[in-house]
Design a protein around this ligand. Structure first.
Ligand code: FES
Length: 234
């Protein structure tokens, strides 16, 4: 169990939940969350938005019964937290890295950016974010990072510069990630894509979250959620 510190309505159906947590977690990993007994049956996989000083944050979108129940949590409530699960993004020390996200897929990129800057404060980090409409999250990113390029209602993938030596971490709508993976393959860039799938167990046991890769079907929760871009079959 973990205690809720805060649960803020950001805008539309997006919320930011903060809970007390003291443990190890890596960028790109996720937790299985629940704050109910039986209904809905399954916990909800939510990726780490941020983690610092015993405070773990999840940015989530209300899309159904489970996330709607999460949205009603208030300070002091208790929540069941299992994880962290998944492989996450690699901790590369030296290179320039591009982060590209769209919609709620920007969530894991915030912690990724903070971790990448922590392990190498001199690195160049390029951040591309796509939103359907103006969002307060744009300011959250701009306050934290220098090179943030935002596209509202457009196609963020067209703004990215793909080079042989580029390393890109991406998460967001499938069509966006597919384009980035394809452009990455064409240019020789290395892409790490965080795949989103519906999950049941979250630990690799139920095979309910498989995705197609060039190496056969893989479990998004256990073998992913981060895969090499040229591994995924869209
Ligand atoms: Fe059960 Fe991935 S959610 S194997």
């Amino acid at each position: 169990m973990a205690k809720v510190k805060d649960n803020v309505h950001v805008h539309d159906n997006i919320y930011l939940l903060s809970v007390e947590y003291n443990g190890i977690c890596k960028m790109g990993q996720f937790f299985m969350l629940r704050c109910w007994e039986l209904d809905p049956l399954l916990s909800r996989p939510i990726s780490i938005f941020d983690y610092e000083d015993g405070e773990l944050k999840f940015l989530y979108q209300v899309v159904g019964k489970g996330t709607e129940k999460l949205s009603r949590l208030v300070k002091g409530d208790e929540i069941t937290l299992h994880g962290p699960y998944g492989n996450g993004f690699p901790y590369l020390e030296k290179c320039e890295i591009t982060l590209a996200g769209g919609g709620i897929g920007i969530a894991p990129l915030f912690y990724a950016g903070r971790e990448l800057n922590r392990i190498n404060p001199n690195r160049k980090l390029n951040i591309f974010l796509g939103f359907r409409e103006k969002s307060p999250l744009i300011d959250v990113f701009k306050e934290q990072f220098q090179n943030v390029i935002v596209d509202i209602g457009g196609v963020i993938t067209d703004e990215i510069i793909y080079k042989k030596e580029s390393v890109i971490y991406t998460c967001g709508p499938e069509v966006m990630m597919q384009k980035i993976c394809e452009e990455g393959m064409n240019s020789g860039a290395t892409v790490y894509a965080s795949v989103e799938k519906r999950m049941a167990c979250g630990v690799g046991a139920c095979l309910g979250c498989t995705c197609k890769t060039v190496n056969g079907n893989k479990r998004t929760c256990k073998d992913g959620p981060v895969f090499l871009g040229d591994e995924i079959i869209y």
